[in-house]
Design a protein. Structure first.
Length: 382
């Protein structure tokens, strides 16, 4: 433990002493110091470039508000009289930090939505502590989402029973689907982006976590909250060469305008992870990748059986055609679970992160997503 503490202090000193470095040298420093897990060097203080306010907190969870901006998009479907649009609640993954939604100016999903005149509320899951060791999927998917929606309603001046727009990304989409199925009257519309639904696909994550190869009980018993280095190792193996080619890309793009800033921002976010809450991880692995109970209607959330067919809100499923984390066949499974015409599928030629960071997202992806949302502005789940 003393050795780890000394190493952590050394990394902190190096980081602080080189924090002023810019350009190529600063990027090199970022890449080297971020090779260590966040358990040793800590999480970043700087996260978003857009201003936000804290609406409410409970345990490790913080609800943030990104207020609508007075300017609007040049998209034909957007007009300057679209004030008073219903707010939207963003639910991100439990593994990475939410600020990929506000990646950088011009490449920010939150920036785009606020520029349409819509208040955006975002759940920051925070870092689980020992007190959260036995929190379950029910705590995160039902209790924390209910708390966030109630706080959103109070802050936005909505009626106590007013349904809200939900937007889930990756694991956040699975959490949002859980809530929408168990509490359908609370949800006005549901957008799920890069969200796995049917976990018995041909993806590598499903193969690696098969029960005959992966004992999730032993992992949780040994680690408690699943450490970031263990989670990151799996994702890096999905594309092992990218850990080497990123240095080549940095060198080749060093003189290209804006490239180094973007490289450093991605390096920051990709290595700024948080542990996966222990019991949530146990149930998630077992009821998704190992048994597919989530998709088959056999997952128990508290004392309730999760049946995704009970989702009554209109659904937008945003699919990344080059997603290495969520196979297309897994994400599109939501189409066959819900009623005909209930799901609109938007398939985009990008990867898992490109949905929120691509240079073309603000002109080609997000206008279509927000345009769909406008069509369901007045929908209520009965």
């Amino acid at each position: 433990m003393k050795a780890l503490s000394a190493l952590s202090q050394a990394v902190t000193q190096v980081t602080r002493s080189t924090r002023g470095l810019s350009g190529f040298a600063g990027a090199l420093r970022d890449g080297v110091t971020r090779a260590l897990p966040t358990e040793l060097r800590g999480n970043d203080d700087f996260t978003t470039h857009l201003p936000s306010t804290v609406v409410a907190t409970r345990g490790p969870v913080t609800l943030l508000k990104f207020s609508a901006e007075p300017k609007f998009s040049a998209e034909p479907s957007m007009t300057n009289d679209q004030e008073g649009l219903a707010p939207i609640l963003f639910v991100y993954s439990l593994i990475n930090r939410f600020y990929i939604l506000d990646f950088m100016p011009g490449r920010s999903l939150l920036e785009f939505y606020t520029q349409q005149g819509r208040d955006c509320y975002v759940i920051d899951w925070g870092t689980p502590t020992l007190e959260d060791r036995y929190k379950t999927w029910e705590d995160y998917a039902v209790r924390y989402l209910r708390f966030s929606i109630e706080a959103l309603r109070a802050d936005a001046g909505l009626a106590p029973a007013e349904p809200v727009h939900l937007f889930g990304y990756c694991v956040g989409g699975a959490l949002s689907m859980t809530f929408a199925a168990l509490r359908p009257t609370w949800v006005r519309s549901l957008t799920v982006m890069a969200t796995p639904v049917d976990f018995h696909d041909e993806g590598l994550l499903r193969r690696w976590t098969a029960p005959e190869r992966f004992d999730v009980d032993q992992v949780v018993s040994a680690c408690g909250h699943v450490p970031t280095w263990l989670l990151e190792s799996g994702f890096r193996l999905l594309s092992p060469l990218s850990n080497l080619t990123k240095w080549r890309d940095l060198w080749r793009g060093r003189d290209r305008e804006g490239f180094i800033e973007m490289w450093r921002r991605m390096e920051q976010w990709a290595s700024d992870n948080v542990p996966f809450p222990a019991e949530v991880y146990r149930q998630y692995i077992r009821d998704t990748y190992q048994t597919n109970a989530f998709c088959r209607g056999e997952m128990m959330v508290g004392g309730e059986r999760l049946d995704l067919t009970q989702i009554s809100a209109p659904v937008l499923a945003v699919i990344a055609l080059r997603d290495q984390i969520v196979p297309v066949e897994s994400a599109t499974a939501i189409e066959r679970l819900l009623s005909p015409g209930q799901v609109t599928t938007l398939s985009l030629d990008t990867g898992h992160l490109g949905l929120s960071t691509s240079g073309k997202a603000a002109t080609q992806f997000w206008p279509k997503m927000h345009g769909w949302l406008l069509k369901h502005e007045g929908h209520r789940s009965d």
